[in-house]
Design a protein around this ligand. Sequence first.
Ligand code: GDP
Ligand code: MN
Length: 378
Amino acid sequence: MNLAEYKAKELFYEMNIPIVKGITINTLEEIEGMNIEYPVVVKAQVQTGGRGKMGGVKFAENINELKNIAGEMLGSSINGFNINKVMIVHKVDIDKEYYLSVFPDRNTKSYVMLFSKEGGVDIESTAKSNPEKIFKIYIDPIIGIQTSDIRFLADKALLCGDLAKSFVHIATQLFRLCVNYHCTLVEINPLVITSDKKLIALDAKISVDDSAVCKFPEFVEYEKSLPKPLLVKEAALYNFLYIPCDPEGRAVVMSNGSGMLMSCIDGLTLVGVKVSAALDMGGGAVRERIKEAVRILLNTKNSEILFINIFGGITRCDEVAEGICDAVNLYGIEKPIVVRLEGTNKEKGYEILGQLNKIVCVSNMEDGIKAVKSEVCK
Ligand code: GDP
Ligand code: MN
């Protein structure tokens, strides 16, 4: 689970990592009567990075500019995420921007602390253009973080005196935060030196291991508060997992089992077909629910074609076929559907599907992917 900046900054504050405290609003009316010290930064609170480049971070010099910017942001979207909360923070004068992050590394069974002298930009692009600006230390989870290791990074940043002390403190706390809250990533980009020579985390990104969310009541609460896309909610009513993917995609995919679903998405992506949504039916779905799954998936914006890939075990292929036919007949579906069936009652399933001419039956996944590709390219 990715935390929006305001939530991540609450944890930074709790861990004593210096931030600029801001306010969050959901409506413009909330600004009325507030005592705001300008200039401010207006920041869209969405669970995605790179907001700066996409118009999600803007500066305002006065109340009018603030209202215009916040008004434009609220209700719009970035990267497919709706903006219904913005953060207003006092604008800081920046002297220097760094990058600092901590994440667990499976290969070395340790944590990695990554530091870059170039902050405020994608770490990936720095890794390509100026790899010499990036420094890495490995932290043994049993031994814990060593001040000497962080001093190595502080030296690379040419920090001394109070700034070096502050850097050691921030890096130590960032590591503790990562461990305490079972994070898969904690990132400060940019970590800045202000014009009055203070180190401050201007942005905060935290990804929590999904399996650990239940350990922390605050995360459970946060997850509940997140606006879920309508189709995700609707699919959940039928116990289906609906996963929004690429907003520009035109194909939607349905399968039973997350591994098979992911292979379908990978397979289509490899041949250049973008997937806009995927639905995991789980095991044993019956006709009535399959009918709804087909409808929900094809309600995805821009969806033009549905690929259904079934490995019948507990799920019976004839039951799936009946559900598809019901959906096509009842909801008047015109979009093409490519179906691959394998396993329990597959012959019976194909026979049922044969009654409908809009359905392309294929005998394996590769052929299914090819069929989807040729339909999309038509
Ligand atoms: P992101 O694009 O989603 O990572 O959002 P950030 O919070 O990192 O903001 C993007 C960029 O806006 C930062 O890299 C800074 O360069 C700039 N920015 C954000 N807050 C401030 C601020 O208080 N003062 C100044 N001068 N620039 C800021
Ligand atoms: Mn950032």
